[in-house]
Write a protein that binds this ligand. Structure first.
Ligand code: TRP
Ligand code: ZN
Length: 850
């Protein structure tokens, strides 16, 4: 039997809660299996609400006692919460409950990780801590006291009193319960401070387990950079005397923005040169910024209900991407973001899990922390900024902060500040929030006597989420490049609103090459039928760095498709063009490294599917390997010098310049290894004093099957470092040949360090399995079966992480009948599992009924 019959919740059904909360006082007496939580909550009737039902959420709680205004009451209790008769006016509710943090493997609510207590309340975890109106539009100030045998006892806000085994905290800022946090443990602080723009002094602590002190400096610097940046760019100042971050090993996602007490997956904050790659450093900097930026976009202004999740997440992702662009290279960040969007959001938007940026219904909100809400949500804000311009964007955002500080808001509130400051009607633009699916934008050219006419046509494929899509507002940035490579028309923003529109350029001396959708000005699939010669011209000359990269990517994709479909040889025009870029020393190494990349194998599968073909994962894999081999031999003479000149000689720093060099040297080393059998990679492995070079060399060696000794040495060196061992687990699956992927993953699950209840470790193996396109989709079906086995095993322990991994199956309808049958059988096997969680049931039901 399932948890409870699944209920669907609708945006249209929103009603405010019948009561407001004036204050919350919580008292915790910590114990692994019998923690006592006493609550004292002051309620008053909400004058804006008609429904006065007094319902408090509560799950997995043992109610010990309850009183109203001091008189004992006996509420009606169910699995979901309780109802109780209450007085007409203001009243005080008190309750005592018992909970079991050590038995909480779902990592939601109050739980234990390595002997430390911590919480995760977003979205609906607070109801596992005590009875409460657990919805984001109920906001209150909180006072928290903690009794526990730990040296460090933390909660939100400012400390009121701390003595041995006792702490009291007060958070003066009204907040919804999902931002509540508590941490207790034997932790050490890495401390620093920050003076805000108005001169207030803020103490900053990064709390870690003893032994991890050496991995704090980078995260702390990222925090200070974020605080400074938000003051400078958005005028937003921090608002408490203290800002704490805690690193936790067992965590379902990246990090959580609890007021004044951010809790981080240790993988998203702990860093050192020896144990973290350049990519880790960049990700950590971005996540620290993201959580910090939530203090204004999320905490001071929060969401009215969970349908509005993109109000805080889309905006905060947009802000953290602006931050990374400013800290590092804007072009590199844009390209990386688009790779990520196409890799994660496009498959979601084009498959059975498609939903609008603001969904209109859900069963389990945890299933809607998606690439669509986050990444497409951020793209929508980028488009809005492009349409209104930077100044108007700034004015609108200022008005948003001024008007809505302290409120729980909606997308309507957000769009209204733009309409008011710009006088624009955004009703059509709003379709970006309500329609699912990726629009396709077709560009056709007509050239006559010095006049170029472009016809733009938009079409969004219908989906069950949006059966009848209407035209959207699409900002299309276009520039023209002349035959000599000079830009004959600089970027202009065409604001597309109709299904079909034309734009005309006249007085042109010669037919130019069109550079459309510059900077990826809208999250659409561009269908622009350009010749390889035109693409090569843009690859050589486009002044827009994104589109220059895109031209190379289009050439690569075209060449790979010809190899897959027609058995063509690797295209020399592509290889020549890429060689010119690679050896152009005036270009940023990071940018050149991105140029070397090929479209992913799942991207190729999606492209084939969109062209009406059935993708063959083995053929896609073979073509990709052949293209890599062709790159290696085509660039053979350039590789050694490129490698040498991009080896960093100075002491390691995780900055943009050095990491760009290392990423180019790493890409070159991968090609070199195909020629020298791994000799150079082995040398790099031996010399490496940082994880980027050590892991990069190991990957090259495993790829050419010459890394057994290094793999063993790596394990011996790092067996006590969890985060590094996650890389060791993942790398073996990622670098395995397709026919060995499932067996490798299975073998790793039998390793004594495969702690499958830890989400990072589980994902290192099972996430890598799902990401290995040819291995996961191997014709044997072994990949499908292994993943299904482990999802079935994890589901009762951690439904949230299980449900997230179900998205591995979302593209199943692209493949041939045999594979579809194999997958369908696994989906049904999981769905037939007794007591399957609501989270996983919802995900797989949506996937299955594709
Ligand atoms: N709000 C968090 C963020 O985007 C993410 C988050 C939501 C989360 N639910 C979670 C993190 C559950 C951990 C566990 O920054
Ligand atoms: Zn967020």
């Amino acid at each position: 039997m399932r948890d409870a019959a699944p209920t669907t919740i609708f945006l249209a059904d929103y009603t405010p809660f019948g009561y407001e909360v004036d204050s919350v006082a919580l008292h915790f007496t910590l114990d692994p299996h019998q923690t006592r939580v006493k609550s004292r909550i002051a309620f008053r009737p909400n004058p804006d609400a008609t429904d006065k039902t007094f319902f408090l959420h509560g799950e997995k709680l043992k109610l010990v006692a309850a009183t109203i205004d001091g008189a004992s009451v006996t509420p009606d209790v169910t699995d979901q919460g309780l109802t109780c008769a209450v007085p007409d006016g203001p009243f005080v509710w008190e309750a005592e409950v018992e909970i079991d943090p050590a038995g909480n493997t779902a990592l939601e609510g109050l739980y234990m990780s390595n002997g430390m207590y911590c919480t995760q309340c977003e979205a609906e975890g607070f109801r596992k801590i005590t009875y409460y109106p657990d919805r984001p539009d109920v906001m209150s100030v909180f006072t928290v006291t903690i009794d526990g045998p730990h040296p460090v006892l933390l909660s939100n806000g400012n400390p009121v009193e701390t003595r041995k085994h006792h702490a009291e905290w007060h958070d003066p800022w009204p907040k919804p319960a999902y931002l509540f946090a508590l941490v207790a443990g034997d932790l050490v602080a890495h401390t620093d401070d920050f003076t805000t723009m108005s001169g207030r002094d803020v103490t900053l602590n990064l709390y870690v387990r003893p032994g991890d002190e050496g991995k704090c400096a980078f995260g702390m610097q990222a925090l200070k950079d974020s605080m400074k940046w938000d003051e400078k760019v958005y005028g937003r100042e921090y608002d408490l005397d203290l800002f704490n971050i805690v690193a936790v090993d067992d965590f379902n996602m990246g990090a959580m923005e609890n007021k004044g007490l951010n809790i981080f997956n240790s993988s998203a904050v702990l860093a050192s040169p020896e144990t973290s790659t350049d990519m880790n450093f960049e990700r950590i900097e971005a996540i620290i910024a993201h959580e910090y930026f939530h203090n204004w976009t999320g905490n001071r202004i929060t969401c009215r209900d969970w349908f509005q999740l993109c109000l805080k997440e889309g905006l905060t992702v947009f802000r953290d991407s602006q931050f990374t662009s400013d800290m590092r290279s804007a072009a590199v960040k844009r390209i990386s973001d688009v790779i990520d969007l196409r890799g994660r959001q496009f498959p979601e938007d084009q498959g059975p899990l498609a939903h609008p940026v603001r969904p209109e219904s859900f069963q389990e909100i945890n299933n809607f922390y998606t690439a669509t809400v986050y990444e497409k949500g951020a793209e929508v804000i980028g488009m809005l900024k492009r349409l209104v311009g930077d100044n108007a964007y700034g004015a609108a955002v200022d008005l948003y902060f001024e008007r809505h500080d302290g409120q729980a808001c909606t997308i309507e509130d957000w769009l209204a500040v733009f309409e008011e400051t710009t006088g624009r009607d955004l009703s059509q633009f709003k379709r970006w929030y309500s329609q699912a699916g990726t629009p396709h934008l077709k560009v056709t050219e007509d050239w006559q006597d010095g006049t170029l006419t472009l016809t733009l046509a938009q079409h969004t494929p219908p989906s069950s989420a949006t059966p009848n899509p209407q035209p959207q507002v699409i900002p299309v940035a276009i520039g023209l490049i002349g035959p000599d490579g000079a830009e004959v028309r600089p970027t202009e923003m065409l604001e597309m609103t109709e299904a079909t529109q034309t734009v005309t350029y006249d007085g042109l001396a010669a037919r130019p090459t069109v550079s459309a959708l510059r900077g990826f000005s809208a999250p659409v699939v561009l269908d622009h039928d350009q010749s390889d010669a035109e693409r090569a011209h843009l690859l050589a000359h486009d002044t827009d760095p994104f589109n220059r990269w895109e031209a190379g990517r289009n050439l690569a994709r075209g060449a790979l498709l010809a190899m897959i479909r027609k058995g063509a040889d690797p295209d020399t025009a592509y290889l020549d063009g890429l060689q010119r870029v690679l050896t152009d020393r005036s270009l940023d190494p990071a940018y050149r490294a991105l140029m070397m990349g090929l479209p992913s194998q799942s991207d190729l599968a999606a492209t084939l599917h969109n062209l009406g073909h059935t993708p063959d994962p083995a053929a896609i894999h073979a073509a990709t390997e052949a293209m890599r081999a062709a790159q290696a031999s085509h660039f053979a003479d350039d590789l050694a010098p490129l490698y040498a000149e991009n080896r960093v000689q100075e002491p390691y720093a995780p900055d943009a310049r050095q990491s760009g060099m290392r990423s180019l040297a790493g890409g070159v080393l991968a090609l070199l290894s195909r020629l020298d059998g791994g000799a150079q990679a082995r040398a790099q492995y031996q010399q490496a004093d940082n994880m980027t070079e050590q892991l990069g060399a190991l990957a090259c060696l495993l790829r050419v099957k010459a890394g057994d000794a290094e793999l063993a040495a790596f394990e011996a060196q790092w067996k006590d470092d969890r985060l590094v061992m996650d890389k060791w687990f993942g790398m073996q699956v990622m670098q395995a040949d397709p026919e060995d992927v499932a067996a490798t993953a299975h073998r790793l699950t039998q390793h004594s360090d495969f702690n499958w209840k830890n989400p990072n470790r589980f994902r290192a193996v099972m996430g890598s399995l799902a990401m290995h396109h040819a291995g996961f989709h191997h014709a044997s079906g072994a990949g499908y079966t292994l993943l299904a086995d482990w999802l079935i095993r994890l589901d009762p322990v951690n439904p949230q992480t299980t449900a997230r991994l179900c998205s591995a199956f979302q593209t199943w309808k692209r493949y041939d009948g045999d594979r579809q049958a194999l997958i369908a059988a696994e989906l049904d096997r999981i769905l037939d599992t007794p007591d399957l969680s609501g989270d996983t049931t919802e995900m797989l039901t949506r996937v299955r009924t594709a």
